[in-house]
Design a protein around this ligand. Structure first.
Ligand code: SF4
Length: 396
């Protein structure tokens, strides 16, 4: 089966004699504990049946003046398409976690502003591997063992022993910097911009402030594929992606360097791609104004009290957003569609229990490198995101 606990979407996980094999600890917990803490259909705290919960959700949406749809990063592409259709029909806002995660990096790739690659090609061909502001040991546990530093690939058959050159850039010595010692280099950055400028200067043949980038560029010259994985640390360190795109393109005038985002929910890229195909933007979109804007990010909508109702799918904003933002959810009507009885579900006006994508429900997801995978569920639940969202779309 395919593990859907993170955007690695590992395809070699299987179950034998009731045991989950090949998964990391996170994947193991995701798969082996999926029956625990399940949501039950509720309306204003009282238990109802699923039909009643869907009817009530429809009533709330019909009476809402400014609704928003939020989440969907663990839903399938098929469910995401339906949610976008609902947003279009309602003329409302739609957003996912990527507006404060790595949506900007995905957008940069979808707009073809930087060269990119696949994780399979990284495993087979990449020599210099840079993790910048991405502690994948925590966020994508098998990233290094399955795709980057450790595995032996078609043209990298000596793996990290001789065929990889790892660079970890972070504000502190992260787990991966501590773990990877062989053919690995750690660069501590106070200001990411200084290192970005150093890469640009070195590629132009000028003396950079961070002198170590000269050696990294020299190593890159030895390979037809090198890759930079950008994480949240890089995004927040830079703020703007323009200078990053300039750096990657400048480096490419000297040696090949592809870019990939690292570290997010299982199908965040699926949401970005699905919305991009439809409206040309990856997140924080208003169908009323037909454009994307920072003001339409779900966190901003809550902060500014710009919505009166939210459909929250497969995410737990009460647990994950800062309290001064998430407490605003108490002022609006909330409809939660989720397999789990999350903190947000416990406080919601309507709860519609759904299936776990990949475990109880099939469909398509998009890996962090844009490769589409078909899920192979262990069992098939009757009520999943697609069923619920289709009912809502038809009922509006
Ligand atoms: S790395 Fe991610 S997808 Fe792979 S087994 Fe672990 S949690 Fe699942």
């Amino acid at each position: 089966m395919i593990c859907t606990a993170c955007s690695c979407l590992c395809d070699d996980v299987f179950i034998e004699d009731g045991k989950v094999l090949n998964a990391c600890k996170r994947g193991f917990e995701h798969i082996s504990k999926f029956k625990e803490n399940r949501a039950i259909p509720r309306v204003r705290g009282g238990t109802v049946d699923v039909d009643k919960a869907i009817d009530e959700a429809l009533e709330l949406l019909k009476s809402s003046k400014k609704p928003a749809i939020y989440g969907l990063d663990t839903s399938t592409v098929e469910a995401q398409r339906l949610a976008i259709k609902i947003a279009r029909k309602l003329g409302c806002f739609i957003d996912d976690n990527s507006s404060f995660c790595l949506g900007d990096f995905v957008e940069m790739i979808l707009r073809k502003e930087v060269p990119t690659t696949t994780l399979d090609d990284v495993r087979d061909y990449a020599y210099v591997i840079i993790y910048w502001g991405a502690n994948v040991y925590q966020s994508l546990p098998r990233h290094m063992s399955k795709y980057t530093y450790y595995p032996r690939g078609a043209k990298r058959n000596r793996g990290y022993d001789e065929d990889r050159y790892l660079v970890v850039v972070d504000v502190r010595k992260s787990d991966i910097a501590k773990l990877a010692k062989k053919n690995a280099k750690f660069i501590k950055v106070e200001r990411d911009l200084e290192l970005v400028e150093s890469f640009i200067m070195a590629a132009e043949g000028k003396a950079p402030k961070h002198i170590e980038v000269v050696e990294i560029l020299r190593e890159m010259k030895k390979s037809e594929l090198n890759v930079l994985f950008g994480g949240l640390g890089l995004k927040y360190g830079l703020g703007d992606t323009k200078i990053l795109a300039e750096m990657i393109n400048k480096v490419n005038s000297y040696a090949p360097l592809a870019f990939l985002p690292a570290g997010f929910h299982s199908n965040m890229r699926g949401f970005n791609e699905t919305l991009f195909e439809d409206v040309g933007f990856v997140n924080k979109f208003s169908f009323a104004e037909n454009r994307s804007d920072q003001r339409f990010a779900f966190t901003e909508l809550l902060k500014e009290e710009a919505i009166d109702c939210a459909v929250i799918v497969g995410t737990d904003p009460v647990a994950s957003l800062p309290f001064d933002i998430s407490r605003k959810l108490a002022k609006i009507k909330t409809i939660v569609i989720d397999p789990k009885d999350t903190v947000t579900a416990k406080l919601a006006d309507v709860v519609i229990p759904s299936a776990y994508s990949g475990i109880e429900s099939g469909g398509t997801m998009v890996r962090s490198d844009g490769v589409r995978v078909k899920l192979e569920p262990l069992e098939k639940a009757e009520i999943d995101d697609v069923y619920i969202l289709k009912r809502i779309l038809e009922g509006l």
